[in-house]
Design a protein around this ligand. Sequence first.
Ligand code: BT5
Length: 315
Amino acid sequence: MNETRRAVLEALADGPATGPELAEKLGVSRAAVWKQIEALREGGFEIRGGADGYELGEITAYGGDAIEFGLEAPFSIEYHESIASTNDRARELAAAGEVDRVVVADEQVGGRGRLDRAWRSPPGGVWLSVLSRPSIPPADAPLYTLAAAVATARAAREAGVDAGIKWPNDVIVPLEGSDGAYRKLAGILTEMEGETGRVAWLVVGIGVNANVDAGTLPAGSTSVRAEAGDVDRRLFVQRLLETFAELRADLEAVAPAWRELAVTVGQRVRVDVGGERVVGDAVGITDSGALVVETADGRERIAAGDCEHLRPARG
Ligand code: BT5
């Protein structure tokens, strides 16, 4: 966010102020203050002008400036009403050498899942991609996906949703009273580029069915609206990004945090790994995020794959 704009916003968050007062406090011209007030109004902030000067209303806007304001994480936000895919845009920013940028959209018209599957992204959802340039070996990259799942599940739980994580990249809501059946609330798509044993950039795309009707989504999906009512997306995204930034800075904390929210461990699972099927009991995840499955032939560690929960065998 523009520095003067942020300063105007911070001053107004403390209480009403007139144009001349703001100009003097910030050491800028009245015209500069006016320009930033207009920009803020365009960004969806409600700023009333009265006898006491400008007064900031409750922040209900969802946009770049609104998400950045009050965000305690080192990201700048690029917002789009509608875009093909926030991951595609973040990859463009990566190619242009950018870092710590988050692309957020109200709607995606070409949202992508893994393996070129389509990801339905109607208006009202939380569709975002975080661009990082970590100094980690590619083998640690899955921890970014797990960190995103933890951040998403925690934000959803704060919004009142009974969210858990299905290995490796789904945030789900268990169906009450059923053995391992669930509905999908959010998905994560991590893409990266590496060079000689090091990650050059990493884009973590997160899609959360927030304020959308579950009926407009594929069967087996749910939304925050369906589970707990609409959420303030600005606050939801802020919490999500703050948790992600914390975990990204402390990768050793990721696996323990993930285990606390995992619903896969303890389930009977079938994992498709590049055409091969592994069936067994999920008994844990390793510190690098691999799923450990107890099969008839012994233990297997699976770094990546598509995991289905099977109903537990009845004893
Ligand atoms: C995922 O893929 O779960 C990763 C989804 C990542 C989406 C985000 S949104 C922001 C960023 N920009 C993008 O373009 N993508 C990322 P996967 O595990 O392959 O699951 C895809 C499958 O989920 C589809 O084949 C559908 O069956 C189902 N699906 C599609 N849209 C859905 C939705 N909105 N909610 C729940 N399930 C959905």
